[in-house]
Design a protein around this ligand. Sequence first.
Ligand code: NAI
Ligand code: ENO
Length: 362
Amino acid sequence: MTKVAIFGVGLIGGSLALCFKGKPGLTVVGHSNNPKSVEKYLKREVVDHATTSIEEAAAEADFIFLCVPVGNLEEYLHKLSVLPLKPGCVITDVGSTKASVTFCASRLQLPGVHFIGGHPMAGKEKSGVEAASSRLFENAFYVLTPDAGTPKDAYDRLAELLHHTRAHLVKVDPVLHDEIVGAISHLPHIIAVALVNQIARYNESNELYQNLAAGGFRDITRIASSDPVIWRDILINNREVILKLLRDWNDEISGFIGRLEAEDGVGIEREFQKANQFRSGLPERRKGVIHSFYDIYVDVPDHPGIIAQITTLLGSQRVNLSNIQIIESREDVPGVLRLSFREEGQMDKALELLKKDYAVHV
Ligand SMILES: NC(=O)C1=CN([C@@H]2O[C@H](COP(=O)(O)OP(=O)(O)OC[C@H]3O[C@@H](n4cnc5c(N)ncnc54)[C@H](O)[C@@H]3O)[C@@H](O)[C@H]2O)C=CC1
Ligand SMILES: O=C(O)C(=O)Cc1ccc(O)cc1
């Protein structure tokens, strides 16, 4: 049996556990300091075994996944470095930053075992094992950061195990990883939080802000609901990169202030055109670090039974819905339903079926 030990069975650790559990030849052990969490892991059947003992979880493990907040990764590496680990054991992590943890591991020179940094670039704004899913990483990129000293056999064994996630593995230098992920993930999280807090401040004097802030605002600020501790650690860890990005962000915003002050319509158009052009060159609908499902929006009349009608229609044609959300439903306005699908084909089928009777938007 290949033993996989997971430290921190939350959203990411729990999702990995669900990818591995029940696969032939694999046994999954979860670790938490907290006995209540250990009980929860077992009750939810995300792991085969669970323990509060680091020694027990790590003993004879072939793979160790560190899935705790970024600020605790080094502490776990230090703890593991003094334990008798199985020779050839591969230790990896899932932290959203890669430079500090890989440097720490190489400084520690873990005897007879190999550290390979990892970052599954998919997630969501929810945290905890309750939000875990075996399909979280499907079709997403999964960064690994082996270095020149990483034996090929250790990398290949980890890559083979990670096939169970159905993610696309990609090797990236840890420092470059932090620069790029800082720009495409960390900066957008800060912007979303700052934007929500700015509007919340205005809302204190007039609740119409909140009431009118529907669809678009909700969509672009979803990630502002991410876990505060996880994000505190990520931002502090990658602060040098992020500070530079925020200075560049200030320049972008100052540019807009200047264009507005000068009533520079041509300049404003140019900015929108440039953004549009770059955006249309982005990979189509691949699950990225800021994930999206295949969503469609359906305008629905406000009458009882409408949701059942739609779900029954889709169900009868074997279209798999992954989520359904009423975005707007008040007495005086028609509702909008957001239907999410995991696969593009399913979304296309739903579009065909629904457009006969409803106004549907992508
Ligand atoms: N949330 C996301 O979408 C993504 C997060 N990550 C990274 O994955 C790691 C875990 O994040 P999530 O699973 O989202 O968080 P989570 O909050 O769902 O899970 C964290 C786990 O670590 C445990 N934990 C928390 N503090 C601890 C401490 N001081 N000592 C020991 N265990 C502790 C918790 O009990 C929980 O099991 C983080 O390093 C994060 O940067 C990577 C990709 C996506
Ligand atoms: O919810 C989203 O869209 C995310 O951006 C999730 C996420 C959070 C942290 C990561 O390191 C990777 C992905």
